[in-house]
Design a binder for this molecule. Structure first.
Ligand code: AFP
Length: 335
């Protein structure tokens, strides 16, 4: 007997646990999964761009060859627009949110989706894993196209979040508030099949992920924390190993599987860190908390940071709970 469970079946089973569910969130998640399958196909062909035509050129059908991040943005937007469940789309690639008119839908479109269509895109040419990150909220306004108030909600209000890694295989990980689940794309049948049910991150790890080239720009507390992780001490499992891809989804996914802390701190150049609260930190924070880990800006819980603007940046400390707590302690003790 086959024991295959598709992501679609999993989403529906989760929906059945909630008696008042209308099925709209399930449809939205399914639209995102389908869009990401299409993006995955194009990511796999990225190395052929030099052979088939550079971005900016026309392809054989006379269409312009788009940059992959622009392409990913367009695919996600059109699937969610046509699905009719979102009243606003907020993309890292767009200056402001895209309000959606009810003309695409017969029923109330009640969700807001934030997404980073292709994170780590500077790694594409080196064949390094990249990813899509998404986050879903319920609207607060009653009807019509979504508003800025709908789009700027606290991370704790997310109803679902997830990411897709385009790596040695394509993996989609999502949570709708009932655990974290991972699905691997089987390219032969074109389906995401469950491969990682109810993922949990270890409480403490032996791995840190940070761009250590920025050491001289860090605060004293941050420098001392990394120095501490590099010291040898058998009892506390030090020194830690260092692993840094420079592609957030890839670094996060590895740490979720094997334990670890990922850090992008504030520094003298990036006073608020580099990563975006709404597109990167909040969705990954919801996932890590669901997996038993912790996410903070070094002091405050990421999910409780009040957003002021769509592209707001935040320092990010995320991963195994004890490691994040220890980092927070070092920052506090060193001012
Ligand atoms: P790109 O999308 O420009 O490649 O940036 C990737 C990213 O936003 C995130 O995926 C990485 O974790 C982080 O930046 C890496 O930043 P540094 O190159 O400064 O280490």
């Amino acid at each position: 007997m086959y024991r295959l469970k598709t992501i679609y079946r999993h989403i529906i089973e989760e929906e059945r646990l909630i008696p008042e569910a209308t099925g709209q969130l399930s449809d939205l998640l399914t639209d995102i999964a389908l869009a990401c399958k299409i993006i995955s196909l194009e990511v796999n062909r990225a190395g052929l761009v030099d052979i088939l035509g550079l971005t900016g050129d026309e392809n054989v059908q006379g269409e312009e060859v788009k940059k992959l991040d622009v392409y990913a943005n367009d695919v996600l937007k059109s699937f969610m627009r046509m699905g009719g469940h979102a009243c606003a789309l907020c993309s890292e690639e767009e200056e402001t949110f895209v309000p959606i008119d009810e003309v695409y839908s017969d029923y109330s479109h009640k969700y807001i989706v934030h997404f980073d269509p292709l994170d780590g895109s500077s790694n594409i040419d080196a064949n390094i894993s990249i990813g899509t990150i998404f986050s879903i909220y319920k609207r607060v306004s009653k009807r019509g196209p979504g508003t800025m108030e709908d789009c700027l909600q606290l991370g704790v209000k997310q109803v679902a979040a997830g990411y897709v890694v385009y790596g040695s295989s394509t993996i989609m990980v999502y949570t709708a508030g009932n655990g974290v689940h991972g699905f691997t794309l089987d390219p032969t049948i074109g389906e995401f099949l469950i491969s990682h049910e109810n993922m949990k991150i270890s409480k403490k790890s032996r791995t840190y992920s940070v761009n250590e080239g920025n050491y001289s720009k860090w605060s004293k507390g941050m420098q001392k924390f990394i120095d501490h992780l590099k010291e040898a001490d058998k009892d506390t499992g030090r020194p830690y190993s260092s692993r840094y891809v420079g592609s957030l989804v890839a670094d996060f996914h590895r740490n979720l599987l094997y334990g670890g802390i990922f850090i992008y701190p504030a520094d003298t150049k990036n006073k608020n860190g580099k990563l975006r609260l709404m597109y990167e930190a909040n969705p990954l924070a919801m996932i890590i908390e669901q997996a038993g880990g912790r996410a903070s800006d070094g002091k405050n819980r990421i999910l409780e940071i009040v957003p002021q603007s769509l592209h707001q940046r935040t320092p990010l400390f995320i991963g195994s709970e004890e490691d994040v707590l220890l980092a927070e302690r070092f920052l506090k003790e060193n001012g």
